[in-house]
Write a protein that binds this ligand. Structure first.
Ligand code: AHR
Length: 504
């Protein structure tokens, strides 16, 4: 047991939380859509072919906005292929993932699914193989209300009412060499600016996201943001960040420092965006859409990518089906804490992805659907987070990270609302238990609150996971010993753990 970690929850006023921070991401990739959310032959499938067991789990997860349809996929996608009579939709090669896309699910079906799960649509346009004209066509098809060829087609395809999509991504990871139609920052910046200006002629209130770097490790990171924003600053609201984390070798302690990287990434992008603003004497603040984040064992994928026979183009193969451990879930919980800590500038974020593909939810064709370990911190944070985010300055034991130097073992954040306060804590130590003592008195203004919920995610085996054979192996349990002493919340936490506590 290390000496206690001591912290004070900020008095306020705090940061107003944008619920879009709890967004998700669904890409046409592997078994995400086909044999994931959509499986007409499954016993739980509804009349539209959607698995109702998956719908229930997505609702439980509490996902606000869902980004669609990619990802790398969108950079070769023709949205028109996914509308109209299903039997007439073309099968196409998807060059991003070397598979065949059947187009059985497109905009209409996906929007219908979103209504079932209670989430909003965020659309990405293809700026890889396509350009401004096609983005405008999609915008008009999706959102226009007047009588045009596109709105007639939409009505003929079953939808008179517009889809009313507010948030639009201007392409995906356009800096990435792997992206179909990847561009230089100058090319992309000009195209994104032209497209954004044109889209805003249709509706000035659209919220537009320009592509930032695909990761903080990209060689062009920083320069890319500066150049792209130099072109698009006046025409966009958000710049994207993408980050995936995985263990580096066997060093679990280093992996548990992943949230430090996310913190630095956000601070660096904010600094660049504000410098671009300062250069033009603007007080406009570009927000961050952290629209891909998760643990992803990407090195496993890189090792097998390309080994698939080049003449085979399978439909919905098993791709990126990572099985998540308790340790992974602690990292995911810590990343969520970090997003909340930056909620003043991160106004939207998308856990990548949702079902089967690096997802918190897994399914088996004809069989069950279950929660991965990473499901729990997301669902609990989304459900318990209140309106105002309050930062917590914590002094805790530390460890030495090879990438980030001295790193605290405890990371925490709180949210406050009329009914009470919620506290989220990640304990990164791989070796020691600790006691976390958080002074709530300033944050709750002297109100006497009692603990109404206290959840602990931990297992003596940090490699424990939920699988088809044992889908209930890992679940949060009640946090023993949690208490309030003179306005101080006391949480006894084992090594490698994450906790969520609600006081009302
Ligand atoms: O989420 C998997 C892939 O990761 C996405 O398609 C792409 O945008 C990113 O590189």
């Amino acid at each position: 047991m290390t000496s206690p970690a001591i912290g004070t929850v900020d008095a306020g006023p705090g940061i107003t939380l944008d619920r879009r921070l709890f967004g998700g991401f669904v890409e046409h990739l592997g078994r995400h859509i086909y044999d994931g959310i959509h499986e007409p032959g499954h016993p739980s499938a509804d009349a539209d072919g959607f698995r109702t067991d998956v719908v229930e789990l997505v609702r439980e997860l509490g996902v606000s906005t869902i980004r669609y349809p990619g990802g790398n996929f969108v950079s070769g996608y023709r949205w028109e292929d996914g509308v109209g009579p299903r039997e007439e939709r073309p099968r196409r090669l998807d060059l991003a993932w070397h598979v065949t896309e059947t187009n059985e699910v497109g905009l209409h079906e996906f929007a219908a699914w979103l209504e079932k799960v209670g989430s909003d649509l965020m659309l990405a346009v293809n700026l890889g193989t396509r350009g401004t004209a096609e983005a405008l066509d999609l915008l008009e098809y999706a959102n226009a209300e007047v009588d045009t060829a596109h709105t007639r087609a939409r009505a003929a395809n079953g939808r008179t009412e517009p889809f009313g999509v507010r948030m639009w991504c201007l392409g995906n990871e356009m800096d990435g060499w792997w992206q179909v139609g990847a561009r230089s920052a100058t090319d992309y910046g000009k195209l994104a600016a032209r497209t954004a200006k044109a889209m805003r002629r249709f509706d000035p209130d659209l919220e537009l996201v320009v592509c930032g770097s695909s990761s903080r490790t990209m060689p062009t990171f920083g320069a890319w943001e500066r150049e792209v924003l130099a072109h698009t600053f006046d025409d966009v609201d958000f710049i994207s960040c993408h980050a995936y984390y995985e263990p580096i070798g066997d060093d679990a302690q280093e992996f548990l420092a992943s949230a430090v990287d996310m913190h630095l990434f956000i601070e660096e992008v904010v600094r660049i965006a504000d410098e671009v603003a300062a250069e033009r004497s603007s007080d406009k603040r570009i927000m961050i859409s952290f629209d891909e984040w998760n643990v992803w064992y990407q090195s496993r994928w890189n090792a097998i990518e390309g080994s698939q026979p080049r003449d085979e183009w399978p439909v919905a193969p098993r791709l990126l089906e990572d099985v998540y451990t308790v340790r992974d879930a602690v990292v995911v919980g810590d990343l969520l804490i970090t997003l909340l800590q930056h909620a003043d500038r991160v106004r939207s974020a998308s856990l990548a992805q949702l079902v089967n593909v690096i997802g918190p939810i897994m399914t088996e064709p004809g069989g069950p659907a279950w929660r991965q370990t990473t499901f729990f911190p997301f669902a609990l944070t989304s459900r318990l987070a209140g309106e105002q985010v309050r930062r917590i300055a914590v002094e805790s034991a530390t460890f030495e990270s090879t990438r980030f130097g001295v790193v605290p073992t405890v990371n925490a954040v709180a949210t406050v609302d009329d009914a009470g306060i919620s506290v989220f804590v990640a304990h990164r130590s791989t070796t020691d238990a600790t006691e976390v003592r958080l002074d709530l008195s300033a944050a709750v203004g002297g109100r006497a609150l009692t603990v109404t919920e206290a959840h602990l995610l931990h297992d003596d085996d940090a490699d424990a996971a939920n699988t088809l054979g044992d889908p209930g192996r890992v679940a949060p349990r009640a946090l023993d010993g949690v208490r309030v002493e003179d306005g101080v919340l006391v949480l006894p936490l084992p090594a490698v753990s994450w906790a969520a506590v609600r006081l009302s």
